[in-house]
Ligand binder design. Sequence first.
Ligand code: COA
Length: 150
Amino acid sequence: MNIERLHSISPDAMDLLLLADPSEEVIHSYVHRGFCYAAYLNESLTGIYVLLPTRPQTIELVNIAVDDKCQGQGIGKKLVLHAIEESRKLHYHTIEIGTGNSSLPQLGLYQKCGFRITGIDHDFFTRHYSEPIFENGIQCRDMIRLSMDL
Ligand code: COA
């Protein structure tokens, strides 16, 4: 698998970003301020992630997605580990990520990659998204915040 920096967002890339974030408007608000990386498998776009500097020395993995035909094969884990390594190379001291209280596989993935839970942003999703979101039979209301020292 080949992972490289993307400098513009094609419609295919936007389709992947929308897997992780239901709002194109929200995606547009961060994608051009951050660093976007794309993963290619046999030259086809398979995964994507976006790193966004948020505070001095802190960067956040704000979007990560793998094409749904290729999920469950270890690509997401490779992307998270690549994002951690890139953040180190960019000399950040802390990498953060937030995910929904209902995003059970993602909470598993991030903790397996070394992230620790640092807090909860209560009602983040009910405040920022107009449509209710349900996953795994659970309403997504709160953002679970995770972080790792680099
Ligand atoms: N509990 C514990 N661990 C779990 C789990 C669960 N319920 N579900 C999955 N995992 C683990 C897997 O076991 C695997 O760890 P392992 O390699 O140690 O076994 C790890 O999570 C990741 O699996 P992987 O195959 O690398 O993930 P993926 O390629 O399917 O990518 C996502 C993961 C989240 C990027 C992908 O599912 C996706 O694009 N989802 C839609 C977009 C999205 O939700 N993005 C995140 C927004 S916060």
